[in-house]
Design a protein around this ligand. Structure first.
Ligand SMILES: Cc1cc2nc3c(=O)[nH]c(=O)nc-3n(C[C@H](O)[C@H](O)[C@H](O)COP(=O)(O)OP(=O)(O)OC[C@H]3O[C@@H](n4cnc5c(N)ncnc54)[C@H](O)[C@@H]3O)c2cc1C
Length: 395
């Protein structure tokens, strides 16, 4: 079931960005094993050929979104061959109610406004994620300094900035500010560095001054490398054995920056002989602990402040078999699911029959022991997470 009429690409096509995964990770499903019989015909599509020609590069997400829409259409064709399956586009799930028989009743509203109910033994939540503005405003950057104190008007969440409208909005603000333009990005993840890359692109042709963009982080950014040896030869030494994935030998496999954000970070850290971009400054929030006034002045001078504090998985209002409300996705580190992709309630207990997948769901594949947080990507859904879901459902 998909709420909108556009199926397959979800929110990925909304980001005016290049992918952080190489094109090959999206193409693998067309070429690998049995999926080829269902999806192989897509290899002839012109935009897929464009992706094939750039296999090892990071590609525009708009192009990836078109591929994902094609894949979804092909999968829809498969469902339609089986009378027990149905594909509902333009149908929005409103709530979940557990029955005393151990099934779930899903209340649905169609785009025409018609209500209906589906009953199922298993429900997989794949609703995507959102950024919560109030959380960003209320979160303490350093003791006693919050964006909500007096800078809420200048805050643009990273997800907004990375969209086409967000870019236009930032461009107008930078034009108005002229040589006084300043951008403060807060965070050190993929979204934070993608926001800084986007700001540099948006500012093309404008007189952006030295250190006009500050990336202020709580946790030092981590850079992905295929191996510790490659990291050392690049000049990167900020790691230990706990940062290496035991299965693949990759460094910061889960938590490391990739794609354009990685390149900006490498340059900012002076790695690989790259010259830093003088318009960008990296700084730790902890350096402001002794002088909070300096941080306040920085925020005061900002044309735009971009908190990149991650996402929260979307859920649905739910009730258990007794009719009592269950809060989904509110457990520790914002996890929606456990290692077996089973949805957790606010006390960390498994909610029987509910599974989850997607951005910010909190599924953790094997990787470096030091990793804290969330990781996700289309390849993972089509591989590890997909397999875990099928096992959970008993397929
Ligand atoms: C800036 C950014 C860049 C990224 N770059 C990459 C990348 O390069 N490579 C990569 O693999 N991953 C990348 N990701 C991660 C990627 O976004 C996710 O892995 C994937 O797109 C998210 O899929 P999703 O299904 O969780 O959510 P979405 O894509 O948001 O899909 C959720 C779907 O659920 C539907 N929906 C929501 N609520 C309801 C409801 N109640 N009823 C019915 N339907 C509903 C929505 O309409 C939507 O279609 C990136 C993420 C971000 C934020």
């Amino acid at each position: 079931m998909e709420g909108s009429d556009r199926i397959g690409s979800g929110s990925l096509g909304n980001y005016s960005l290049r992918s952080d995964s190489p094109a090959s990770s999206f193409l693998e499903c067309l070429e690998a094993g049995p999926a080829r019989t269902v999806l192989g015909h897509l290899l002839d599509r012109p935009h897929v050929r464009t992706l094939l020609a750039q296999r090892e590069t990071h590609v525009p997400l708009e192009l990836v979104a078109r591929l994902l829409e094609d894949v979804a259409q092909a999968m829809r064709g498969v469902f339609e061959r089986f009378p027990e399956s149905r594909f509902l586009a333009g149908h929005f799930a409103r709530s979940l109610e557990a029955t005393r028989q151990g099934t779930w009743r899903v209340k649905i509203e169609s785009s025409t406004g018609a209500d209906s109910v589906l009953e199922a033994r298993h429900v997989v939540l794949a609703l995507g994620a959102r950024q919560v503005r109030t959380e960003a405003l209320e979160s303490e950057l350093i003791p006693d300094v919050r964006l909500g104190d007096r800078w809420a008007q200048r805050v643009m969440l990273s997800g907004e900035l990375l969209s086409t409208e967000g870019r236009l909005k930032l461009r107008r603000a930078l034009e108005r500010a002229g040589s006084r333009a300043r951008i403060v990005v807060i965070g050190s993840s993929h979204s934070a560095f993608s926001s800084a890359v986007t700001a540099l692109e948006v500012a093309q042709g404008l007189p952006l001054q030295r250190e006009a963009i500050t990336i202020a982080y709580r946790n030092r950014p981590r850079v992905f490398y295929p191996s510790p040896e490659q990291a050392r030869s690049d000049g990167y030494r900020e790691f230990g054995p706990e940062d290496v994935c035991p299965r693949t030998g990759r460094l910061h496999r889960l938590g490391g920056l990739r794609g354009d954000g990685r390149e900006l970070c490498r340059a900012s850290l002076g790695l690989g002989g790259l010259a830093p971009d003088e318009r960008v400054r990296l700084t730790a929030l902890r350096t402001f602990h002794e002088q909070p006034q300096v941080l306040r002045e920085l925020l005061e001078s900002a044309t735009c402040i971009v908190p990149a504090f991650g996402y929260r998985a979307r859920t649905l209002p739910a009730r258990d078999g007794q009719g009592d409300p269950i809060r989904l996705g509110a457990f520790g580190q914002r996890r929606l699911v456990d290692a077996a992709s089973r949805v957790l309630d606010s006390r960390g207990r498994v909610v029987p029959g509910l599974m989850g997948i997607g951005l910010a769901s909190g599924y953790l594949p094997e990787g470096e022991a030091s990793f804290r947080g969330h990781t996700n990507g289309v390849w993972l859904y089509q591989n590890d997470t997909g397999a875990t879901l099928l096992r959970g459902i008993g397929v």
